[in-house]
Design a protein around this ligand. Structure first.
Ligand SMILES: Cc1ncc(COP(=O)(O)O)c(C=O)c1O
Length: 356
């Protein structure tokens, strides 16, 4: 045996590698997992049953290009199939969009703070990022974004915004789109659109018709509760969509996607009921925080946002192992879960800070 071999501990007493099998899967119902804006409910029985069937044929490839899924989504929204592109989550679609329409060095404008995926995908596509601070109420500064957009290739507008959950009015959104040059692509991210009350909704199909530079981005990860399956889509004018479709990855959508989407659309009334429960829980959490003197932004999504304040939010939530999202500006974003999640959040905030 060489000296080197002798110095190595026997394999059996080395630290075992982290588990990577079914025991390592996350828990579907976990009241303390409030950091990723996931849906707190496990898949509906009908969706689960459809998924199990699709997993039984996992030895087979899915469609070469997701033509059927495209048709299902387009029919649902009421637009032409050729206006829809699909990808692994809205994140994957965003990458596809930027690959299709930008060159390295082009400028992209986004608010700050925003969804973490945007700066990551922008770096992956070698874009130069221009950030515009949110206004003090957590809204996008539409004037400043439109101004920056005049020198940029792409601009991202989140409605509702992540992490603040705010929405810009329909008229402000339209005015913004009118101000942005027609050769600047606007990615209108509607990842949380299903949580927006009808009185705040906008006609994004109509906007995509009127503004051929607008790409509306959506996902099945949030209201539909299918984050683990990675299904997202975008729709826009046919001309723009045909450029985006050129970047559609062959066999890129897993065999579970089509059945999960069809089963979810069929179970729409049950999903709507879940959305109502989540939005009611959000209103209740906001009201209770307000009563305690804790300010939250006007969220229209499945989370609330507490801006930076005198409290060290990290200590507050770490103390009870509550997983929340700490943002770059010192604020904290908390996903809406069940009643016990709400109680855990309130208990953490009520607990006075320990004097050290
Ligand atoms: C604003 C926004 N856009 C897009 C996404 C990406 O969602 P997914 O890739 O799971 O579809 C998220 C996820 O948190 C988000 O908050």
């Amino acid at each position: 045996m060489t000296a080197l071999a002798e110095s190595q501990p026997p394999v059996s007493i080395r630290t075992p590698p982290p588990r990577a099998d079914v025991d390592a899967l996350p828990i579907a119902v976990d009241p303390l997992a409030l950091s990723l804006n996931e849906n707190p409910f496990p898949p509906l029985p009908a969706v689960r049953a459809a998924l199990v069937k699709s997993i039984d044929v996992a030895n087979r490839y899915p469609e070469f290009f997701p033509e059927r899924l495209r048709r299902v989504v387009a029919t649902r929204i009421g637009i032409a199939d050729e206006q829809v592109v699909l990808g692994p989550g809205a994140t994957g679609v965003m990458l596809q969009v930027l690959h299709a329409i930008t060159d390295p060095g082009d400028r992209i404008v986004m608010s700050e703070p925003t969804f973490d995926g945007f700066p990551i995908i922008s770096r992956m596509t070698r874009l130069s990022q221009i950030t515009v601070p949110l206004d003090p109420t957590g809204h996008n500064d539409l004037r400043a974004i439109a101004y920056a957009a005049s020198e940029a290739h792409v601009v991202v507008l989140c409605r509702p915004h992540n992490p603040t959950g705010t929405v810009e009015s329909a008229s402000a959104t339209e005015e913004f789109l009118e101000r942005v040059p027609s050769d600047t692509i606007v990615i209108l991210d509607e990842a949380y659109v299903e949580f927006v009350a009808p009185e705040f909704s906008i006609d994004s199909v109509g906007l995509a018709e009127r503004f051929p530079n607008v790409v509306v981005l959506r996902t099945f990860s949030k209201a539909y509760g299918l984050a683990g399956l990675r299904i997202g889509y975008a729709f826009c004018s046919k001309e723009l969509a045909s450029r985006l479709w050129e970047m559609q990855l062959p066999f890129g959508m897993g065999i579970t996607s089509l059945v999960a989407v069809v089963a979810s659309y069929r179970a729409e009334s049950q999903l709507r009921q879940r959305i109502r429960l989540i939005t009611a829980e959000r209103c209740s959490l906001r009201a209770q925080l307000h009563a305690m003197g804790v300010f939250t932004t006007d969220s229209h999504a499945n989370f609330v946002y507490l801006p930076a304040s005198g409290r060290a939010w990290r200590e507050v939530f770490d103390s009870i192992d509550l997983l929340v999202k700490h943002c770059s500006d010192g604020g904290v974003r908390i996903t809406i879960g069940s009643g016990s999640s709400t109680r855990a959040v309130l208990a953490a905030i009520r607990t006075p800070a320990l004097a050290i």
